[in-house]
Write a protein that binds this ligand. Structure first.
Ligand SMILES: Nc1nc2c(c(=O)[nH]1)N(C=O)[C@@H](CNc1ccc(C(=O)N[C@@H](CCC(=O)O)C(=O)O)cc1)CN2
Ligand SMILES: Nc1nc2c(ncn2[C@@H]2O[C@H](COP(=O)(O)OP(=O)(O)OP(=O)(O)O)[C@@H](O)[C@H]2O)c(=O)[nH]1
Ligand SMILES: [Mg+2]
Length: 429
């Protein structure tokens, strides 16, 4: 096919056998041999290519018309368009990448920020594979040991359950737990977080939004119901890049506009990494405040007692049952803001430091599989430590753990898992 698409300028070069991995100047040929562009071609003989298969690349000047003609010529010559993720799928099937690295390629292509790209590059370099390789080896060895004890009870000594459990804990369970624990904070450090200000009308959400940004971005008035639509700005809070969002007050007053504002606020809360619940300490807590506290209960949150410059109408102790840090601030006087920003950063990262360059951070999908893997492994370990538990049950749990691990490293991964990973690609990479 390449010979129909490319004619080297150097007459001594055989277009059917271009020198390996060398850029060669020549003409790209369109239909009926018409010149379409001056291009560089490079041949990667198998297996030293991205896909591990024979590859010829043409590097054109680009531009819509030239590319369209080149593409038409390639299709005419018998080529077809790559399906989304097809090159990476071939690289995976050829053993060049494991599944976690293939997933990292999709993340790299989709990355919107340098941080996200850095995260993906660490995955592509095999950050996760390096952690999971030893985990797989420990699990496989343990599974074989338990199998042997089941199949040849008279040949093997008594299965050394507790010793094997100890080994599994150190070599597999602990590393798995570390990777999972790193998921949330790693993502927040690298990708940033969505922080949503919420509260009943007039508590000072927009004032606090402005104070945290250090600029008058949102309108503030003494009238309840000032903010109608959600507004978003970037802010660095406790070292974390945050998309800080001001929302309409979550009140109970009727009206279509109010209802729309509340819907927008709730939609943002549904996606929030952290809710900054704003309360007015200068006025008694209301049913609306309680409502806001109720609907944010399942979100990571920081409670903000605003208007601390006024005479307090209630005490912070009233929030003791909320299970969230509560801080007194005054948006009007910009006091307590440093501490608030620190508390937000700490809540988002769980107090964990920024990941080192190249440190592995799992994706959501990977973290879920690894949590399930760790759970199965814990059952296996408990079984090994309890003499009354049959080796058959331990063996089943170890097989379960290996299967969940396979969803991340791709070893014996089911078709559906592989499809789910390659479905993340939107281009033929
Ligand atoms: N022109 C071009 N640029 C590209 C790609 C490509 O396929 N072509 N890539 C596609 O995503 C990325 C680079 N990824 C690649 C990974 C491995 C090999 C490769 O040929 N590996 C061989 C040889 C290694 C060597 O020369 O040291 C190997 O590992 O055996 C090529 C590209 C980004 N840039
Ligand atoms: N004394 C005092 N007043 C404040 C403070 N923060 C906000 N206010 C006042 O409270 C009123 C409401 O402030 P906003 O920031 O508009 O309140 P909001 O929560 O955004 O209100 P909606 O958008 O209507 O839901 C304004 O008159 C502010 O000046 C504060 O820390 N102390
Ligand atoms: Mg407002």
């Amino acid at each position: 096919m390449a010979t129909r698409l490319f004619a080297p300028r150097d007459p001594r070069l055989d277009p059917a056998a271009l020198p390996p991995r060398r850029l060669v100047l020549g003409r790209a040929l369109g239909s009926q041999g018409r010149e379409v562009d001056q291009v560089l071609a490079v041949r990667f003989p198998a297996p030293r290519s991205y896909t591990t298969q024979e590859v010829v690349e043409l590097q054109s000047h680009g531009g819509p018309a030239v590319l369209r003609a080149l593409l038409a010529a390639a299709l005419e010559a018998g080529c077809r368009l790559a399906r989304p993720g097809e090159f990476t799928l071939r690289a995976y099937l050829g053993g060049r990448l494991d599944l976690s690295q293939a997933e990292a390629v999709a993340q790299l292509i989709a990355a919107q920020s340098e941080g996200e790209a850095g995260l993906a590059l660490a995955g592509l370099a095999g950050g996760l594979s390096q952690v999971l390789g030893p985990v797989r080896r420990a699990l496989t060895l343990a599974a074989a040991t338990v199998e042997a004890a089941i199949d040849f009870p008279e040949e093997t000594n008594e299965l050394a359950g507790p010793a094997l459990a100890e080994e599994l804990r150190a070599q597999a369970l602990e590393p798995l737990r570390r990777v999972v624990a790193r998921r949330q904070s790693g993502r927040v450090w690298r990708e940033g977080a969505l922080v949503v200000l919420c509260g009943r009308p007039n508590v000072g959400k927009s004032s606090l939004f402005n104070a945290l940004l250090g600029q008058n971005r949102a309108i503030v008035t003494p009238t309840a119901g000032t903010t109608r639509d959600a507004i978003e700005e970037s802010a660095l809070l406790g070292g974390v890049v945050c998309r800080l969002t001001d929302t309409a007050g979550l009140g109970l007053e009727p009206g279509e506009l109010e209802a729309l504002g509340r819907a927008a606020a709730r939609e943002r809360l549904g996606r929030a990494d952290l809710a900054l619940v704003v309360l007015d300490q200068g006025a008694p807590l209301t049913g609306e405040d309680r409502h806001v506290l109720d609907i944010t209960r399942d979100i990571s949150r920081v409670l903000t007692l605003n208007k601390s410059d006024l005479m307090p109408a209630w005490q912070a102790e009233e929030l003791a049952g909320e299970g969230a840090p509560a801080l007194r601030v005054s948006a009007k006087h910009s006091s307590g803001l440093e501490e608030l920003a620190e508390a937000v950063g700490a809540a988002l990262t769980g107090g964990q430091p920024e990941p080192a360059p190249g440190e592995a951070v799992a994706s959501q999908r990977q973290a879920e599989a690894l949590v399930a893997c760790a759970a199965a492994l814990e059952r296996a370990i408990a079984g090994l430590e309890a003499p009354e538990v049959a080796a058959e049950l331990v063996s089943l749990d170890l097989a379960g753990a290996l299967a969940r691990l396979g969803e991340v490293d791709g070893v014996d991964a089911p078709e559906a898992v592989i499809e789910a990973v390659f479905d993340q690609f939107c281009v033929g990479k």
